[in-house]
Design a protein around this ligand. Structure first.
Ligand code: ZN
Length: 323
């Protein structure tokens, strides 16, 4: 197994560490994941990368198109903080592949262009997924921790952070801001969902997704923005109830599919939207309302005509809260 990422230039860093990953802990068998960071600076020199005290696996620059690797993929990287208590590993989580993307996160503001997002998907996400597959592993590219509201996230107690258990069972694309026991907030609201989408397209895996009508798309995006605060700011369709409810991607697919289920079982889209809008601010409220939502989707069938009729029946979308 070569731990080198195709297309990356190797930069030796004596601090890169020799720790192996941990396969499982506290009853959870870990699966691979990709964790993205942002450098919080626009200049990234090779000497900085070579001497960084707690390096990730690699460093990519979507502005200058450089890709530098400082840690083998088959060894743990150090970038994430590893708490001294708790049940689970961060750095050493089984094939938690960490990447620093050059860029400066801004609260509630995207900084990467669509071309740069595509470049990240093509030059970093896809080669890593292929490498995992060549080595008998995989990540689920429909699992993505995309954040829509990063206000107040420079705090360990920001409610958008995952729990230890959520992160321990994750198998997709995440970012520093989602990790527990951290006050870092990179990559803010950068479009990780699009990076995952472009990666799926490049890998030829997007044909299983639902084709949306143009007005459905607009509605779904509106719902998404509210869903962000419901589901810990993630678009992925797992919900915390007593445990994580994993919707089977084969049967339910990504967020669009889940939202179709929601639409199908509510009288109107507005009612669904109102339900989602109630679930903001307090985490305890979120948990309660998520349980309500979960109970309502159980056993329901998707009714495409009902979705379309519900959309048609509404005069205009309800206003989105800027949050
Ligand atoms: Zn970071």
């Amino acid at each position: 197994m070569s731990g080198r990422i195709p297309g990356n230039e190797w930069v030796e860093n004596p601090n890169r560490g020799t720790a192996a990953y941990v396969r499982a802990e506290a009853g959870v068998i870990y699966k691979p994941m990709l964790t993205y960071h942002q450098t919080v600076g626009m200049d990234l020199s090779k000497s900085y990368v070579a001497n960084h005290p707690v390096p990730p696996h690699n460093w990519i620059n979507p502005y200058r198109k450089t890709k530098w690797q400082t840690q083998e993929l088959d060894l743990a990287a150090k970038a994430l903080y590893q708490q001294q208590f708790g049940d689970h590993w961060s750095n050493k989580h089984y094939f938690n592949i960490q990447c620093e993307i050059v860029g400066v996160p801004v609260v509630n503001q995207e900084t990467y262009t669509d071309d740069q997002l595509r470049w990240i998907a093509e030059e970093d996400t896809v080669p890593k997924v292929l490498w995992l597959r060549e080595n008998g592993m995989d990540i689920d590219l429909t699992q993505v921790h995309y954040v829509t509201n990063s206000s107040g996230s420079a705090s360990e107690y920001w409610p958008g952070r995952c729990s230890e258990h959520e992160m321990a069972t994750f198998n997709g694309i995440t970012q520093h801001i989602k990790w527990p026991y951290n006050d870092h907030w990179d990559c803010s609201v950068e479009r990780l969902d699009k990076i995952a989408q472009y990666a799926r397209e490049i890998l030829g895996e997007s044909e299983g997704e639902v084709d949306l009508l143009p007005d459905e798309r607009a509605w779904l995006e509106a719902i998404y923005n509210t869903m962000g605060s419901v589901n810990h700011n993630t678009h992925y369709t797992h919900l915390m109830v007593d445990d994580i409810l994993h919707l089977d991607p084969e049967r339910h697919g990504p967020a669009e599919w889940y939202l179709r289920l929601l639409f199908g079982m509510n009288d109107t889209l507005a009612k669904t939207f109102e339900l989602l809008k109630q679930t903001t601010a307090q985490l305890s409220e979120v948990d309660v309302n998520v349980e309500v939502i979960k109970n309502r989707i159980t056993g329901l069938e998707v009714d495409h005509d009902a979705i379309k009729a519900a959309i048609d029946a509404l005069p205009e979308p309800p206003p989105l809260e800027a949050a």
